[in-house]
Ligand binder design. Structure first.
Ligand SMILES: Nc1ncnc2c1ncn2[C@@H]1O[C@H](COP(=O)(O)OP(=O)(O)OP(=O)(O)O)[C@@H](O)[C@H]1O
Length: 784
């Protein structure tokens, strides 16, 4: 997600005495407040670009635009405008924060938490939990872990609302800014409850609500005396590569933070005194620090005082960090609250000018990264093997050399130095083997010739028997000696001063006239000719063409030769191509392992196809049950008071739930069935490769080439050979349809949606008295 403006919505509390000077424009995004001139004194802030004030005769007109003005709208509509997109962002791996701001009694808690006793009036938090778990259910191809936490900031102290004793401020709680480590703001020591369902998550939320600090005052019978931050941490992995990819950030996971701020209050209006007065002072102070932070951010100040108060430290990401942020400005549009309305609108305008920088949280887990890199290495090796096969090169292994292969290579180099093996016998087909050759040469050269009974120089001279013009240097700096300067390797010789890059006339002249070609130049800066075919400052390349022998121009060690390693193919070697598709089909149709594995693939494919068909049927039955409920509801409305109809409706709802549970259960089996099929397919490929290698086919079935050709080829050639895959691959559109159906159904489900809400309420409030979210009684709200 690109750098984005923070979205701001204004929500007005319904009132019997609306202020007549408050008007929402037709665009649904702009508000105008007309203020009597005398009342507006001190309100005008000329620095505020997004609020325009126009003086009329007796009025000041104030206009401001937002992302939406929600006047007289349902909780559902508020969530649709201000909550759903933030939750979507979190499900896609971003952090998001939704916070409510406004004066006391303006409806912040109603917006964020809702009325716990009334399902229709549930707020953003329960709706977000519903959306999260509904989406999780809809994405069987992904694995999720969800954890919730609930932090309260009361009188500048931190409280863990999900702790066993939530009324006790814990010294262990601390807001940590982990931005430097790639994370965000986290609260160390805060309880994180892992939840597996909407009901469990809601039970935690209700339990935390019970522990929140509230008190009555003149403007609100249930006024929140604290700021409350409910967080949902979400870790997502995709099943197809669940082992190696997780969308998580260094601090944990992508996070949704839902904030119900305490309201600013004029104590003369709330009649606060004693503890309530102190609370009000604390609340107002922290809100004024919040305003300072927002102002500093809006001005792009170098220093932003986030650490002045716990609230701003906790909201740092939401205000300017890695976060998708939504603010709901709650207004109480009555004449008596005009001043508060204007100051809320002013603050909201400032917030709207802020920018955050949201980016997907990806894993920084070293183990996961390692698996990803291993996969990339595997794929690159397959890519190389594919190129080799397509260019007709013989099979090249890009794996590390085994001990036996290293030993064999050392012996070969020894024989080469002893003059018993030619240069063309030294390997030139892969960098790994070339490097290993160098290493073996260095080992011999630095071993003092013990093995061969001669000094390194003598061995080298012997090896260079055919000697180039640079041969015979007795000075320091022989080829094969450790370079005393760099310690990085042995000396290959230096290019003559007049050397030119290949292609230049001088280089061509040198190349043809240098004599000797091939073999290792051993001297340093010979008077004339070239050293090992040196031709300027080009990097080392290796001659690998057919017939590239020690005697041919451009032998091993040639500097600046024209042949490139990757494309080193003899010009006259015909490209070797095998029809792996045909081979694969033949192998599957034959006897033995090929046949057995093909049958296994077919069987698991069929099982998956059957499962998908069952899911489709189950979805159809759920839809039918839903249609039956709709019909009964419509009939009930037409004939109210019909006891028989009520009974039918109850039965229809029960059947709907049963069908729905069955559908959910079936869908749960899809991921394992898909994995099982993928596993047997992988096994089949490995076996095919091994078989092809055993047949001595060039390229051992071509590594990736074999895989890719065989797999895609088999599907393409299905008409002839019978594909194992076509039966179930074709079901994808049906699956898509079924998913859409389920999404639609879950959105409109009248019977199922509220069950988690009511069950969680029962568990915590009705059933547990002071909340029993985890099966243990939590402490009652503690007066503070
Ligand atoms: N949109 C609304 N529709 C119906 N009732 C509302 C609405 N907004 C607020 N209320 C009611 O107004 C009262 C005060 O609301 P609420 O407690 O949410 O205010 P608040 O801003 O959170 O106040 P405080 O800062 O004191 O906690 C509650 O009884 C609430 O039910």
């Amino acid at each position: 997600m690109p750098r984005s403006h923070v979205k701001v919505f204004v929500r007005t509390r319904p009132t019997a005495r609306p202020y007549e000077g408050f008007r929402v424009h037709k665009d649904g995004e702009t508000v105008t407040v007309n203020l009597p001139k005398e009342e507006s004194s001190g309100l005008i802030n000329n620095q505020l670009e997004s609020l325009t004030f126009k003086a009329r005769s007796a009025l000041i007109r104030l206009t401001a635009a937002f992302d939406g003005v929600l006047e007289n709208v349902s909780q559902d509509a508020v969530y649709g405008a201000a909550g759903a997109a933030a939750v979507d962002a979190v499900l896609s791996g971003y952090n998001a924060t939704v916070f409510c701001y406004g004066q006391t009694g303006a409806g912040k808690t109603f917006t964020m938490c809702g009325d716990g006793r009334n399902y229709t009036h549930r707020g953003v938090i329960p709706r977000a939990l519903h959306q999260i778990f509904r989406e999780i259910d809809m994405r069987p191809d992904k694995t999720y872990r969800v954890a919730v936490s609930y932090l309260e900031i009361h009188n500048e102290a931190l409280y863990d609302l999900l702790a066993e004793s939530p009324g006790t401020s814990s010294e262990a709680l601390a807001i940590m800014d982990e931005a430097a480590a790639g994370g965000g703001c986290n609260v160390r020591g805060l309880t994180q409850e892992f939840v597996a369902s909407e009901e469990e998550a809601l039970a935690q939320f209700f339990a935390g609500e019970q522990a929140r600090s509230t008190a009555p005052h003149a403007l609100n019978a249930l006024s929140s005396r604290s700021h409350a931050l409910f967080s949902v941490a979400l870790e997502m992995r995709t099943s197809e590569d669940a082992a190696e990819r997780a969308v998580v950030c260094a601090g944990g996971v992508s996070k949704l933070t839902l904030v119900d701020l305490a309201g600013s209050e004029r104590t003369k209006k709330t009649n606060a005194s004693g503890a309530a007065m102190r609370e009000a002072a604390c609340i107002n102070k922290s809100l004024s620090f919040l305003e300072q932070v927002v102002n500093a951010l809006a001005r792009r100040d170098a220093h932003v005082p986030f650490r002045q108060t716990k609230l701003t430290a906790a909201l740092k990401d939401a205000l300017g960090g890695n976060c998708v942020t939504v603010m709901v400005a709650n207004l109480w549009p009555e004449a008596v609250h005009l001043e508060e309305c204007v100051s809320t609108l002013r603050f909201a305008s400032r917030v709207r000018s802020l920018e955050t920088d949201a980016s997907v949280n990806e894993s920084a887990d070293p183990a996961l990264l390692l698996r990803r890199y291993e996969r990339q290495v595997r794929e690159l090796k397959q890519e190389l093997a594919m190129r080799d096969m397509l260019s007709g090169r013989a099979h090249v292994s890009y794996d590390d050399l085994s001990e036996a292969e290293q030993r064999e290579l050392r012996e070969l180099v020894g024989r080469y130095f002893a003059g018993q093996a030619g240069l063309d016998e030294l390997p030139t087909d892969s960098l790994k083997r070339i490097r290993e050759t160098y290493r073996a040469m260095r080992a011999i050269a630095t071993a003092g010739g013990g093995a061969l009974g001669a000094s390194p120089a003598a061995q080298l001279q012997q090896a260079e028997g055919r000697g180039g013009p640079g041969a015979g240097a007795e000075e320091a700096g022989l080829v094969g000696d450790l370079d005393p300067g760099s310690q990085r390797g042995f000396i290959l010789g230096s290019a003559p001063l007049g050397a030119r890059p290949p292609g230049s006339p001088a280089a061509a002249a040198t190349a043809t006239g240098g004599g000797g070609g091939g073999g290792w130049g051993t001297g340093r800066r010979p008077a004339s000719g070239r050293v090992g075919g040196a031709s300027g400052e080009r990097p080392l390349s290796v001659g690998t063409g057919a017939g590239a022998t020690a005697d041919a121009a451009g032998g091993v060690g040639q500097l600046g030769g024209t042949q490139q390693l990757a494309g080193a193919v003899a010009a006259d070697a015909p490209p070797l191509r095998l029809d792996f598709n045909a081979l694969f089909l033949k192998w599957k149709a034959g006897s033995g392992e090929g046949r057995r594995l093909a049958a296994a693939v077919r069987e698991r494919g069929r099982a998956l196809a059957e499962l998908k068909a069952s899911v489709k049927d189950a979805a159809a039955r759920v839809n039918a049950a839903k249609a039956a409920i709709d019909a009964l509801v419509a009939a009930g409305l037409a004939a109210p008071g019909d006891e028989g109809a009520v009974e039918h409706l109850r039965a229809a709802k029960a059947s709907y739930r049963a069908e729905f549970d069955r559908l959910r259960e079936l869908r749960g089996g899809l991921a394992p069935a898909t994995d099982a099929l993928a596993a047997v397919k992988a096994q089949q490929l490995e076996a095919f490769e091994a078989w092809a290698a055993a047949q001595g086919l060039p390229g051992g079935a071509g590594g990736a080439a074999g895989r890719i050709q065989a797999f895609h080829g088999a599907a393409a050639a299905a008409g002839a050979g019978g594909s194992d895959e076509e039966d179930f691959e074709e079901l994808d559109p049906a699956e898509t349809f079924e998913r859409l159906q389920m999404a639609k159904l879950l959105q409109t489900d009248p019977a199922g949606d509220s069950s988690a809400f009511h069950a969680a309420r029962k568990r915590t409030v009705a059933g547990g008295g002071a909340a029993a979210a985890r099966g243990t009684l939590k402490a009652s709200p503690v007066p503070r």
